[in-house]
Design a protein around this ligand. Structure first.
Ligand code: ADE
Ligand code: ZN
Length: 341
């Protein structure tokens, strides 16, 4: 890749739509929080933790992700975590981020819903005030937990704070989206947006189910759709966004390498693909690193980079007014770089 394209990708105003807040917990912060909250970890140094981040599959990662999340206990912890992520966004020119969080594990450890929201919302307010960066929160349900109390949990969350939508994450195989039909229906009735991880490790049938049973508006990952040509045609025709996370897919063995990833194929098939970072503290890079490395490996250039950003803005859950502002900002940036808009 030319240095100029890498610099363009860094400087371009970007949107992040697939980012787990707990997946931004860098080893140094994890160790600091573990010490002050008296949580034991199997690592003594950040280097030891980083060395342990080799994952045979999604479950191997989820085990370490849950281990790290145990260090988040107080309002201050959630504030620091969110603020550190938003500071990264400033460095990377991410101007709008829709942030996933997994409350069920925290609640099970005795953290109150209000604690979690208070910390995250203070950080959201501050980054908006100081940098004009907009953020939204997406409450994710962990699909390997029971669906039984999820509607109550959603109601509790809506009273405690502000969310833009709900999502579905965690161990995909053996946990089809339909299990969460009721809570997704309740979210729709509350006017909330809906998104679901599907077709990461699970089969194309789970993508169909996320769309047709859960009425998901976006699909997280969705990369296994290429195993079902009828599904690819359906996604392309309706321009249903797929939030693709290349470094994550390679780290979790979904693809053996970035060169073997199917991003280029999805793009050429006319799908509304976007690129994101999933769990950057665990997978070796934030949004800019994902874009730079996957575009180089897939031999994609400026045309594709711009289209990916436009797809991302179109797929966002923020207001129509904010989306129009993001499109204007991107066009202004491209003009300033002499790139035809
Ligand atoms: N939770 C955090 N990252 C995830 C991923 N890549 N897939 C499913 N659940 C997750
Ligand atoms: Zn994810």
């Amino acid at each position: 890749m030319s240095g100029e394209l890498a610099e363009l990708l860094r400087a371009m105003p970007k949107v992040e739509l697939h980012l787990h807040l707990e997946g931004t917990l860098e080893p140094e912060m994890m160790l600091r929080m573990a010490a002050r909250n008296h949580v034991s970890l199997p690592y003594r140094t950040a280097a030891e933790a980083a060395r342990a981040y080799r994952f045979p599959n999604l479950q191997g990662f989820l085990d370490l992700y849950a281990l790290g999340a145990r260090c988040l206990v107080t309002e201050e912890d959630f504030y620091e975590l969110a603020m550190a992520y938003f500071s990264r966004c400033r460095e990377q020119n991410i101007v709008h981020a829709e942030v996933f969080f997994d409350p069920q594990g925290h609640l099970a450890r005795g953290v109150a819903m209000g604690t979690l929201f208070a910390g995250i919302e203070a950080a959201r307010d501050r980054i908006f005030r100081e940098a004009g960066m907009t953020t939204e929160l997406v409450l994710c349900f962990e699909r390997d937990r029971p669906a039984a109390n999820t509607v109550e949990l959603l109601e509790e969350a809506c009273l405690a704070g502000e969310i833009v939508g709900i999502g579905l994450d965690s161990a995909e195989r053996g946990n089809p989206p339909g299990k969460f039909r009721e809570v997704f229906g309740a979210a729709a009735a509350l006017g909330l947006h809906r998104v679901a991880h599907a077709g990461e490790e699970g089969p194309p049938a789970y993508i169909w189910e996320a769309l047709q049973v859960l009425q998901a508006e976006r699909v997280d990952h969705g990369v296994r759709c290429t195993e079902d040509p009828a599904l690819v045609a359906y996604l392309a025709e309706r321009r249903i966004p797929l939030t693709v996370c290349p470094l994550s897919n390679v780290a979790l063995g979904v693809f053996p390498s970035l060169e073997a990833h199917n991003l280029g194929q999805l793009f050429e098939a006319g799908l509304a693909v976007t690129v994101h970072s999933d769990d950057p503290a665990y997978f070796g890079g934030y949004l800019t690193e994902n874009l730079v490395s996957v575009l180089a490996a897939q031999q994609m250039g400026i045309r594709e980079a711009v289209a990916l950003q436009r797809n991302g803005i179109d797929a966002a859950f923020c207001s129509a007014e904010r989306k129009a502002g993001l499109h204007r900002q991107l066009s202004g940036f491209l003009e300033s770089w002499g790139i035809p808009v």
